[in-house]
Design a protein around this ligand. Structure first.
Ligand SMILES: CC(C)(COP(=O)(O)OP(=O)(O)OC[C@H]1O[C@@H](n2cnc3c(N)ncnc32)[C@H](O)[C@@H]1OP(=O)(O)O)[C@@H](O)C(=O)NCCC(=O)NCCS
Length: 169
């Protein structure tokens, strides 16, 4: 199935497709993207302040990984690196019909490469502790869990957030 999937950089013309994918499939027991935050993030992608790698089956969007650069989680950085920009994976999402085919891995690897090309040395992501699909994706793409804490914004399961980091080699 993966042979027919086209992976490419997202553009402002893709915003409506990304929005539809996230609204239709982004909310699970372990993953929530509040609509207001989603709209702000889509504006950032449209204006070039955030980025997306997208997967298409023919003309249908079937996966996305979106990301940005800023001062994310610098509290986990060494004193020498605290002033350096860090990358942050905002969302990773594969259409359920295409799950476990390697799309998430390919998208996240491309996101990592794009962030590395932009000079980022550390890439962060967060997930619900019990989000097993996300955990497996993180392990497969070389992220390491560096923190785990009770998160009052969460309302399901253990209500714990895991912080993941990938250090660019
Ligand atoms: C997380 C997500 C993006 C993974 O996408 P995907 O395209 O299925 O990922 P891949 O096919 O590249 O699989 C990566 C690894 O995760 C594993 N995996 C995928 N879904 C899984 C699941 N439901 N449970 C356990 N492992 C799972 C795969 O088996 C693979 O590991 P392996 O090669 O060691 O077997 C997808 O499950 C998703 O969209 N989830 C809903 C949104 C979400 O929770 N996003 C994460 C936000 S932090």
């Amino acid at each position: 199935m993966l042979n027919n999937i086209l992976i490419r950089n997202g553009t402002p013309a893709d915003i409506d497709e990304i929005r539809r994918l996230v609204i239709d499939y982004g909310t699970t027991q372990w993953n929530v993207f509040p609509r207001e935050d989603l709209e702000k993030h889509l504006d950032s992608i449209a204006s070039g302040k955030a980025y997306a790698q997208l997967a298409f089956d023919e003309n249908r969007i079937v996966g996305m990984v979106s990301f940005t650069i800023g001062s994310f989680y610098v509290e986990y950085e060494s004193e020498a690196s605290k002033q350096e920009p860090t990358g942050y994976i905002v969302e990773a999402l594969t259409h359920p019909d295409f799950a476990k085919c390697g799309i998430g891995t390919r998208l996240l690897e491309r996101a990592k490469a794009e962030l590395a090309d932009k000079g980022v040395r550390s890439i962060y992501a967060k997930r619900h502790e019990e989000n097993r699909a996300s955990e497996a994706l993180m392990r497969k793409t070389g992220f390491q869990m560096i923190d785990l804490f009770h998160d009052p914004r969460r309302t399901t399961g253990s209500c714990k957030t895991a912080i993941e980091r990938y250090s660019v080699k």
